[in-house]
Design a protein around this ligand. Structure first.
Ligand code: FEO
Length: 384
């Protein structure tokens, strides 16, 4: 795949993976992107996951023939991109490795050597010339590890953005960008909104025509769309009108309450009511929906004087990612001592700008007229 006649894709698709980063379901696989910039000097941008070293080196060989890369630029040391640095060094012993000081500390930790004789250590803003292509390094710490640096090709106006603007899914599957890019963003980088904002500020000073991330498709049209979404996500803004109901239910009574709320909200004209059973649906999908909408309803059971484990995990996933600027309504259920609402509120104590609705619904075992009236009131309040 050519990005331009002198920048070519040499990444791989992974359809064997079960869980990305050991946690995320990726039913459509994953892509580990890598690129070659061909110039007087040849640069390879990042390696790929450990299982694809041979394929990646074959892709490089196919593009270069007998020519040899001069540089391997290491933008990110997470093993989905760095695992084959050693294989690259074996294949191309004369090539230099380009990274920053933190990159080489991590290379030493992963590989037992920091390749001292091959190092090109760069600093923020430094420029590496390949001949015609001038590469400027843009540091992006915590997007999504501390050593991350991105590379702006000043000649081609191509921005190599490491994990940023990536998505789940292999490249041989046609899929809308936003859905899996949002799940990827909030799962992996959601906590680092401030650092992504800093990156966007740096990016705004660059004239970018193409974005080449390390996962997902190369982006070359309507870049404002992607940049705007990243701005909304990283500033914890509301992306879509509507509301998300996340529930857990042991015997179906809390589920009935959640579904009744959804029905009432829709009858009253709520533009979108997303709903998920946290025990049975993908947790990362629920996390992205919680960040997508401005309002969230949590419906759960009191359990061991706490809340149901899947709800506890979900709230933890939100708070550790800096969940903020949202309105939350609660439906609690309990047969003898309902206390889920109190527990939920305590879990958001350190979160910024969270408003709880005045109405809390308490279900005592099963829906009754009193609980239904509270659900009606909650629906009204959420739509105000
Ligand atoms: Fe795709 Fe943070 O590694």
């Amino acid at each position: 795949m050519f990005i331009r006649d002198d920048i070519v894709y040499v990444g791989v698709n992974d359809h064997e993976i079960d869980l990305f980063e050991g946690i995320y379901d990726v039913p459509e696989g994953m892509a580990y992107n890598s690129y070659i910039i061909k110039d007087e000097k040849i640069a390879v941008m990042d390696s790929v996951d450990q299982n694809f070293g041979e394929q990646w080196l074959a892709n490089i060989k196919k593009e270069l023939g007998d020519a040899k890369p001069d540089y391997l630029i290491v933008q990110h040391m997470e093993p989905d991109h760095s695992a084959n640095i050693g294989a690259f060094v074996d294949a191309y012993p004369d090539a230099k490795i380009v990274g920053n000081a933190k990159t080489f500390t991590m290379i030493k930790r992963f590989f037992g050597t920091d390749y001292a004789d091959k190092q090109v250590v760069v600093k923020e803003g430094e420029i590496l010339s390949l001949g015609t292509h001038e590469l400027k390094f843009v540091f992006a710490p915590m997007v999504h590890w501390p050593e991350v640096m991105m590379t702006y090709d000043m000649t081609a106006k191509v921005f190599f953005t490491a994990d940023a603007f990536g998505k789940f899914g292999a490249l041989d599957i046609d899929a809308e960008w936003a859905c899996e890019a949002r799940r990827y963003y909030f799962g992996i980088v959601g906590k680092y909104g401030m650092q992504v904002q800093a990156l966007l500020k740096k990016a705004s000073a660059l004239d970018i025509e193409t974005i080449c991330p390390l996962h997902g498709p190369v982006l070359s049209e309507d870049l404002g769309y992607y940049l705007d979404l990243y701005n909304t996500w990283s500033s914890y803004g509301v992306e879509s009108e509507g509301l998300f109901i996340a529930y857990t239910s042991v015997y179906g009574n809390t589920k009935k309450a959640a579904l009744l709320l959804k029905e009432k909200l829709e009858a009253k004209g709520c533009p979108k009511v997303a709903i998920a059973d946290l025990a049975r649906e993908d947790m990362a999908e629920s996390v992205e929906d919680a960040f997508r909408y401005g309002k969230l309803v949590l419906a759960t059971t009191t359990y061991n004087a706490d809340i149901f484990p899947f709800m506890r995990e979900f709230i933890n996933d939100l708070t550790e990612r800096g969940y903020q600027n949202r309105t939350i309504g609660i439906i609690e259920n309990g047969t003898w001592a309902p206390m889920a609402a109190k527990v939920i509120k305590s879990k958001f104590e350190k979160s910024k700008n969270i408003t709880f609705t005045d109405t809390t619904v308490t279900v005592n075992s099963a829906l009754d007229a009193a609980a239904e009236a509270q659900i009606e009131a909650l629906a009204e309040e959420l739509l105000k």
